[in-house]
Design a protein around this ligand. Sequence first.
Ligand code: PEP
Ligand code: MN
Length: 351
Amino acid sequence: MIVVTRSGVSDAEIDRIRERIEQLGLRTHISRGEHRTIIGCIGDEALLAEASLLTLPGVESVTPVMKPYKLAAREFVAEPSLVRVGAHGGAVVGGNRLSVIAGPCSVEGREMLRETAVSVKASGAGMLRGGAYKPRSSPYAFQGLGVAALEMLAAVRAETGLPIVTEVMDTRQVEEISGYADMLQIGARNMQNFSLLSEVGSVQRPVLLKRGLSGTIKELLMAAEYIMARGNRDVILCERGIRTYETMTRNTLDIAAIPVLKRETHLPVIVDPSHAGGRADLVAPLSFAAIAAGADGLIVEVHPCPSDALSDGDQSLTLTAFEALMRDLQPFAKAVGRELSGPAPSGIAAA
Ligand code: PEP
Ligand code: MN
């Protein structure tokens, strides 16, 4: 922690600041300038976390030196972490091979889910998404099929082998959904639901943590820290666009968040181009940008008939548009030295 004093600070004020820091068990290093004095605090910075040094007379600013996230920090684990999703190795997120999760916004029925899963798998997707409980802005909008959707997801997993990812909105759902899902999704609206983060931190399921609508990168990392601090180290971060003044897109995809997160954390980072742009025609260009910027994968909404979708139809790709996306992504993956499963001419996913 570095404490900078106001200009004209008195010796008595400096003594008081120094004494307060030393009382808390740290040592100080004082460097007196003509107008200001800089007090370096040496020792465990966490001891100062609640000390409110800014309230002491004469203090102008207090700047932490250490990062507030520890388990998520790159310093903690030098190598990028790999997160395994699903039984028998299932899918691996974070390695050289890019991971693509695809499927409908909401599970609307068994047949549409099955048709989507078979098709996205053939196009190269490695995991299936589908909401059973939906966080809708309106209480009158479709809220998801609940446990019936979880049953459908499990049945389609049994048929296709694709690990399944679905959102958990409430602490009361964690146990039930963990009984079905291979990965638990924390939606943007719950990024700072700390009791939910702690709850998913204590189950043995990987967590896909989406960035909040107005969440900073640091807040996203602190949310991951909540999960990890409870013992669950299998966290994947997802940039899904943030709310800005722009109205031509649903959200603004923060491309810079990808390299910033890759620098700050060892956790895998994926991108959701569907919720970022909010329009099907934006999904491909945003996906290309995400892969070029270093993302470890994508989560994409796909529906057999987007115009009939009960949620997020405007941003959902058709099955053939998703196939084209997986083909068109190949040169971008190659350019960054990553591998990506794609559609085979026969319609069977290439290795
Ligand atoms: C979703 O994945 O369907 C969803 C609701 O996403 P987000 O939480 O990012 O809005
Ligand atoms: Mn959606």
